[in-house]
Design a protein around this ligand. Structure first.
Ligand SMILES: [Zn+2]
Length: 206
Protein backbone atom coordinates (compact mmCIF):
# COMPACT_ATOMS: atom_id res chain seq x y z
CA UNK A 1 0.00 0.00 0.00
CA UNK A 2 2.76 2.44 0.95
CA UNK A 3 4.93 1.73 -2.12
CA UNK A 4 8.17 3.65 -2.61
CA UNK A 5 6.84 5.50 -5.63
CA UNK A 6 4.05 7.05 -3.57
CA UNK A 7 4.82 10.74 -2.99
CA UNK A 8 5.56 11.76 0.64
CA UNK A 9 2.32 13.73 1.17
CA UNK A 10 0.34 10.78 -0.22
CA UNK A 11 2.20 8.35 2.00
CA UNK A 12 1.43 10.50 4.99
CA UNK A 13 -2.27 10.68 4.17
CA UNK A 14 -2.41 6.94 3.48
CA UNK A 15 -0.67 6.08 6.74
CA UNK A 16 -3.14 8.25 8.66
CA UNK A 17 -6.13 6.75 6.90
CA UNK A 18 -4.88 3.21 7.44
CA UNK A 19 -4.31 3.79 11.15
CA UNK A 20 -7.77 5.20 11.64
CA UNK A 21 -9.35 2.42 9.57
CA UNK A 22 -7.72 -0.10 11.91
CA UNK A 23 -9.22 1.67 14.91
CA UNK A 24 -5.94 2.90 16.36
CA UNK A 25 -6.19 6.02 18.56
CA UNK A 26 -5.69 9.21 16.53
CA UNK A 27 -2.94 10.52 18.88
CA UNK A 28 -0.97 7.30 18.32
CA UNK A 29 -1.55 7.39 14.54
CA UNK A 30 -0.35 11.00 14.40
CA UNK A 31 2.79 10.17 16.38
CA UNK A 32 3.51 7.27 14.03
CA UNK A 33 3.07 9.44 10.96
CA UNK A 34 5.28 12.23 12.36
CA UNK A 35 7.99 9.67 13.18
CA UNK A 36 7.81 8.07 9.73
CA UNK A 37 7.92 11.40 7.88
CA UNK A 38 10.05 13.69 10.06
CA UNK A 39 10.62 17.33 9.21
CA UNK A 40 14.20 18.62 8.84
CA UNK A 41 14.05 20.21 12.30
CA UNK A 42 12.76 16.97 13.84
CA UNK A 43 15.64 15.03 12.25
CA UNK A 44 18.22 17.42 13.71
CA UNK A 45 16.54 17.18 17.14
CA UNK A 46 16.62 13.37 16.95
CA UNK A 47 20.29 13.43 16.00
CA UNK A 48 21.20 15.67 18.95
CA UNK A 49 19.21 13.49 21.37
CA UNK A 50 20.81 10.27 20.11
CA UNK A 51 17.36 9.19 18.99
CA UNK A 52 18.46 7.44 15.83
CA UNK A 53 18.06 3.75 15.29
CA UNK A 54 15.53 1.18 14.19
CA UNK A 55 11.87 2.26 13.91
CA UNK A 56 11.04 0.18 17.01
CA UNK A 57 13.76 1.94 19.00
CA UNK A 58 12.65 5.42 17.92
CA UNK A 59 9.03 4.58 18.73
CA UNK A 60 10.10 3.49 22.23
CA UNK A 61 12.14 6.68 22.75
CA UNK A 62 9.18 8.83 21.73
CA UNK A 63 6.74 6.88 23.92
CA UNK A 64 8.98 6.69 27.02
CA UNK A 65 7.53 7.78 30.37
CA UNK A 66 8.89 7.02 33.88
CA UNK A 67 5.84 4.90 34.74
CA UNK A 68 4.76 3.02 31.62
CA UNK A 69 1.56 0.94 31.69
CA UNK A 70 2.26 -2.81 31.32
CA UNK A 71 -0.70 -3.39 29.02
CA UNK A 72 0.96 -1.05 26.50
CA UNK A 73 4.08 -3.25 26.42
CA UNK A 74 4.28 -4.42 22.81
CA UNK A 75 7.75 -5.96 23.05
CA UNK A 76 6.45 -9.51 23.56
CA UNK A 77 4.15 -9.47 20.52
CA UNK A 78 6.38 -12.03 18.75
CA UNK A 79 5.59 -14.43 21.61
CA UNK A 80 1.85 -13.82 21.34
CA UNK A 81 1.77 -11.76 24.56
CA UNK A 82 0.42 -8.33 23.66
CA UNK A 83 -2.79 -6.32 23.91
CA UNK A 84 -1.82 -3.66 21.36
CA UNK A 85 -1.15 -4.06 17.64
CA UNK A 86 0.16 -0.50 17.20
CA UNK A 87 2.84 1.71 18.75
CA UNK A 88 1.34 3.86 21.52
CA UNK A 89 2.21 7.58 21.29
CA UNK A 90 3.20 7.35 24.98
CA UNK A 91 3.44 4.35 27.26
CA UNK A 92 0.74 5.93 29.41
CA UNK A 93 -1.60 7.02 26.58
CA UNK A 94 -5.15 6.68 27.99
CA UNK A 95 -6.64 6.06 24.53
CA UNK A 96 -4.19 3.23 23.81
CA UNK A 97 -4.91 1.81 27.28
CA UNK A 98 -8.64 1.85 26.54
CA UNK A 99 -7.99 -0.29 23.43
CA UNK A 100 -5.71 -2.65 25.38
CA UNK A 101 -8.25 -2.99 28.19
CA UNK A 102 -11.00 -3.81 25.68
CA UNK A 103 -8.83 -6.54 24.16
CA UNK A 104 -7.98 -7.85 27.64
CA UNK A 105 -11.66 -7.76 28.58
CA UNK A 106 -12.51 -9.94 25.58
CA UNK A 107 -9.74 -12.35 26.63
CA UNK A 108 -11.25 -12.67 30.12
CA UNK A 109 -14.23 -14.42 28.60
CA UNK A 110 -12.09 -16.77 26.52
CA UNK A 111 -9.18 -17.63 28.78
CA UNK A 112 -8.73 -16.18 32.22
CA UNK A 113 -5.43 -17.99 32.86
CA UNK A 114 -3.86 -16.73 29.64
CA UNK A 115 -4.89 -13.21 30.61
CA UNK A 116 -3.37 -13.41 34.09
CA UNK A 117 -0.12 -14.85 32.73
CA UNK A 118 0.05 -12.20 30.00
CA UNK A 119 -0.50 -9.39 32.52
CA UNK A 120 2.30 -10.91 34.60
CA UNK A 121 4.90 -11.22 31.81
CA UNK A 122 4.12 -7.75 30.40
CA UNK A 123 4.79 -6.14 33.81
CA UNK A 124 8.58 -6.61 33.51
CA UNK A 125 11.19 -4.00 32.55
CA UNK A 126 12.38 -4.11 28.93
CA UNK A 127 15.58 -2.70 27.42
CA UNK A 128 15.75 -1.80 23.73
CA UNK A 129 18.97 -0.90 21.90
CA UNK A 130 19.32 1.51 18.94
CA UNK A 131 20.17 -1.50 16.70
CA UNK A 132 16.86 -3.10 17.65
CA UNK A 133 18.24 -5.51 20.30
CA UNK A 134 15.70 -6.29 23.05
CA UNK A 135 15.95 -7.93 26.47
CA UNK A 136 13.69 -8.40 29.48
CA UNK A 137 15.49 -7.53 32.72
CA UNK A 138 15.09 -7.84 36.48
CA UNK A 139 16.11 -4.83 38.61
CA UNK A 140 17.42 -4.57 42.14
CA UNK A 141 15.10 -1.78 43.28
CA UNK A 142 16.23 -1.44 46.88
CA UNK A 143 19.39 0.45 45.93
CA UNK A 144 19.89 3.86 44.35
CA UNK A 145 20.54 3.85 41.45
CA UNK A 146 18.81 0.58 40.64
CA UNK A 147 20.87 -2.17 39.02
CA UNK A 148 20.15 -4.80 36.40
CA UNK A 149 20.53 -8.20 38.10
CA UNK A 150 19.16 -10.47 35.36
CA UNK A 151 18.77 -10.05 31.61
CA UNK A 152 17.08 -12.37 29.15
CA UNK A 153 17.35 -11.88 25.37
CA UNK A 154 13.93 -11.76 23.73
CA UNK A 155 15.03 -13.98 20.85
CA UNK A 156 17.98 -15.86 19.37
CA UNK A 157 18.84 -12.81 17.21
CA UNK A 158 22.50 -11.73 17.68
CA UNK A 159 21.42 -8.16 18.56
CA UNK A 160 19.16 -9.46 21.38
CA UNK A 161 21.82 -11.86 22.67
CA UNK A 162 24.57 -9.21 22.63
CA UNK A 163 22.40 -6.74 24.54
CA UNK A 164 21.43 -9.23 27.26
CA UNK A 165 25.08 -10.23 27.74
CA UNK A 166 26.09 -6.62 28.45
CA UNK A 167 23.24 -5.61 30.73
CA UNK A 168 23.85 -7.57 33.92
CA UNK A 169 25.35 -5.28 36.56
CA UNK A 170 24.55 -2.07 34.70
CA UNK A 171 23.11 0.90 36.61
CA UNK A 172 19.52 1.62 35.59
CA UNK A 173 19.17 5.32 34.79
CA UNK A 174 16.25 7.45 36.02
CA UNK A 175 15.70 8.93 32.56
CA UNK A 176 15.78 5.49 30.94
CA UNK A 177 18.99 6.05 28.95
CA UNK A 178 22.00 3.89 29.75
CA UNK A 179 25.35 5.64 29.51
CA UNK A 180 27.83 2.85 30.23
CA UNK A 181 30.27 1.92 27.52
CA UNK A 182 28.71 -0.65 25.21
CA UNK A 183 25.19 0.35 26.25
CA UNK A 184 25.14 3.92 24.89
CA UNK A 185 21.60 5.16 24.22
CA UNK A 186 20.05 1.83 25.19
CA UNK A 187 16.61 2.54 26.66
CA UNK A 188 15.03 1.04 29.78
CA UNK A 189 11.22 0.97 29.69
CA UNK A 190 10.28 0.00 33.23
CA UNK A 191 6.98 -1.82 32.81
CA UNK A 192 7.81 -3.49 36.13
CA UNK A 193 7.33 -0.39 38.30
CA UNK A 194 3.76 -1.42 39.19
CA UNK A 195 3.71 -2.75 42.73
CA UNK A 196 2.14 -6.16 43.29
CA UNK A 197 -1.53 -5.90 44.06
CA UNK A 198 -2.10 -2.60 42.26
CA UNK A 199 -3.00 -4.49 39.09
CA UNK A 200 -1.35 -4.33 35.70
CA UNK A 201 -2.87 -1.62 33.58
CA UNK A 202 -3.99 0.37 36.59
CA UNK A 203 -3.69 4.12 36.12
CA UNK A 204 -0.48 5.51 37.63
CA UNK A 205 -0.97 7.62 40.76
CA UNK A 206 -1.26 11.33 39.98
ZN1 LIG B 1 -1.95 7.85 21.90
Amino acid sequence: LLADETSPPDRRALAEELGWALGHPSCCVEAYVARSHPSGAALVGSYLAGNLGTPAYRAARDAWVPRPLPRLNGFLRHAGRSFVSFQPCRYDCPHALAVADRVAGACTLANREWLAETDRVLARPVVVAPDGGRAVVALERRIEPMRVIEAEALSEAPSDQALAAQLVGAEAPDDGLFRQRGLGWCLLVDFGWVRPGTGAGAAPPA
